[in-house]
Design a protein around this ligand. Structure first.
Ligand SMILES: [Zn+2]
Ligand SMILES: [Zn+2]
Length: 273
C-alpha cells in the first residue's frame, strides 16, 4: 500500500555507495511521488566498509547533489547529507545534515558489522561471544549509546539495527529482560538527547523484515521520555522512497506518538500523525 503522508525522505543512497539508482533517478522518483524534500545521505567513507562511498568520490558526490539542487530548484528541495558510521573519522562539516549510524561494533581489536548477513552475524556470535547473543546486544547498544553521547548529528540512524536479521526472534528474544535492559536504556538516552530518532523502513524494502526499527518497545520508551521521531526509508532503490510510511505512522500512533518530524527544505518541521 502506498501512502503519501510524509512527502519527505532524508535517508537515501545512490550508486555513489551501495544504492541501485543514480541521484538524478532518485530525484525523478521523488518528484513522481509529489515529494517536497529529498535528502541524500550517502555512506560516508570508512576504510573498513566495502559498501561505503570511496573517499576519492566524495567531491564528485557533493558536486552532483549541488548540481541537481540547482537544476531542480523550485520543484523539489534537495539536501546534501551523509550517513556517518560512528567508528569512521570522516569529516562531516561539508554537509547540510548528517545521520549518525552504528553499523559496526568494536570487539577484540576488530570491527564487525551487525548488518552484513545473517551468517556473518552468527559467525561473530560464535567467535566473539561464545554464542551468547545478549552479550552481543550489550556491546551493540553500548556502542549506540556512545554514539548518542558523542555525536553532533541531526538524526540518529536505525538505533535497533541489531534486529535486522532477527524478526523471527530465532537469534535472540527482544522481549527478554536481558535484551530490554540495554535497548530501553539506549532508547531513553536517545530520546533525552533531543536529536531526531529515525524509524527506518530499509529492511522492509530489502525483504528482511515486515516492521521497521526501532520496534514498539523502544518506541514506547522514546515516547515516554519525550523523544522526537522522523520516518525514513533508508532507500537503496528508487521504487521504495516512501516504503511502508503509512504502516510506520500507524505504529508510531500505537506507541503513543501524536506527531512526527520531517525536513521541509533544510528546516525540521513537526506534523500531526
Ligand atoms: Zn545505515
Ligand atoms: Zn542508510
Amino acid at each position: 500500500m502506498r501512502n503519501y503522508y510524509s512527502k519527505s525522505n532524508v535517508h537515501s543512497h545512490t550508486t555513489f555507495s551501495d544504492g541501485r539508482n543514480s541521484a538524478e533517478e532518485m530525484v525523478r522518483a521523488a518528484l513522481a511521488l509529489g515529494f517536497h524534500t529529498l535528502g541524500f545521505s550517502e555512506h560516508g567513507p570508512a576504510d573498513y566498509d566495502d559498501s561505503a562511498m570511496p573517499t576519492e568520490r566524495e567531491p564528485e558526490y557533493r558536486a552532483e547533489i549541488l548540481r541537481l539542487r540547482e537544476a531542480y530548484a523550485g520543484r523539489i528541495n534537495l539536501l546534501l547529507g551523509l550517513e556517518h558510521d560512528w567508528l569512521s573519522p570522516t569529516d562531516v562539516s561539508e554537509y547540510d545534515y548528517y545521520i549518525e549510524s552504528v553499523h559496526y561494533v568494536p570487539v577484540g581489536g576488530e570491527k564487525w558489522s551487525v548488518d552484513w548477513t545473517r551468517e556473518k552475524l552468527e559467525a561473530a556470535l560464535a567467535e566473539h561471544y561464545g554464542d551468547d547473543p545478549y552479550a552481543l546486544c550489550r556491546d551493540y547498544f553500548r556502542t549506540v549509546c556512545e554514539s548518542v553521547e558523542g555525536t553532533g548529528a541531526a538524526i540518529l540512524g536505525h538505533i535497533e539495527l541489531v534486529m535486522k536479521f532477527n524478526e523471527k526472534r530465532d537469534l535472540f528474544d527482544d522481549t527478554d529482560p536481558r535484551y530490554l535492559k540495554y535497548a530501553l536504556e539506549c532508547a531513553e538516552l536517545a530520546a533525552k538527547s533531543g536529536r531526531l530518532i529515525e524509524i527506518n523502513t530499509g529492511a522492509i524494502a530489502k525483504g528482511y523484515r515486515t516492521t521497521p526499527y526501532p520496534g514498539a518497545a523502544m518506541l514506547k520508551r522514546i515516547r515516554e521520555c519525550g523523544g522526537r521521531i522522523i520516518i525514513t526509508s533508508d532507500c537503496h532503490n528508487s521504487d521504495f522512497l516512501d516504503c511502508a510510511f503509512a504502516e510506520v505512522a500507524a505504529l508510531a500512533r500505537a506507541c503513543g506518538f501524536k506527531t512526527a518530524w520531517e525536513y521541509r527544505g533544510a528546516a525540521q518541521a513537526e506534523y500531526p500523525l
